[in-house]
Design a protein around this ligand. Structure first.
Ligand code: 5GP
Ligand code: ZN
Length: 118
C-alpha cells in the first residue's frame, strides 16, 4: 500500500516535513523522534512514523515494520539518554488523553516512574 498523504492540519506531519521546529534526537527512513514540548520527565521523547495514521493500531494494520521501528528507536533513545529503564506508551483515544491524532510513542524516563499510571 502507498503511504498515506500528510494531513495538512496535523502538527506532527508538519514536524516530519520540517515546517515547524522540533528538537529531533533520532531519525530513520520511517520514523522521527523529538523531545516533547511539555516534558513529563527528564527524558520525554515522542517517536512517530513519518506516515500519518491516527493511532498505533492503524499503523500496525498498514505499516507493521514501522511500528517495530518505533520500538527499536525507543530503545536507541533510552540508551543514548543513559536511562536505566523507561516507559513506552501509546495513548489511544480521547478518553486515554490522546490529543494529537498522529500515532506517537511516548518514551519517558529519567525519574522514578510509578505504577499504575494515572
Ligand atoms: P498525547 O496526549 O496525544 O498522547 O500526546 C501528545 C503530546 O504531544 C503531548 O505530550 C504534547 O506535549 C506534545 N506536543 C503537542 N504539540 C507539540 C509540538 O508542537 N511539539 C512538540 N515537540 N510536542 C508537542
Ligand atoms: Zn500527521
Amino acid at each position: 500500500m502507498n503511504a498515506p498523504t500528510p494531513d495538512p492540519d496535523c502538527i506532527f506531519c508538519k514536524i516530519v516535513a520540517g515546517e515547524i521546529p522540533a528538537t529531533i534526537v533520532h531519525a530513520s527512513d520511517d520514523s522521527v523522534a523529538f523531545r516533547d514540548v511539555a516534558p513529563q520527565a527528564p527524558t520525554h521523547v515522542l517517536v512517530i512514523p513519518r506516515s500519518h495514521y491516527e493511532n498505533a493500531a492503524a499503523l500496525a494494520d498498514h505499516e507493521p515494520a514501522t511500528l517495530a521501528d518505533l520500538f527499536t528507536t525507543a530503545r536507541a533513545v533510552a540508551e543514548a539518554e543513559g536511562l536505566a529503564g523507561y516507559r513506552a506508551v501509546f495513548n489511544t483515544g480521547a478518553a486515554a488523553q490522546q490529543t494529537v491524532f498522529h500515532a506517537h510513542l511516548h518514551v519517558i524516563g529519567g525519574r522514578e516512574l510509578t505504577w499504575p499510571p494515572g
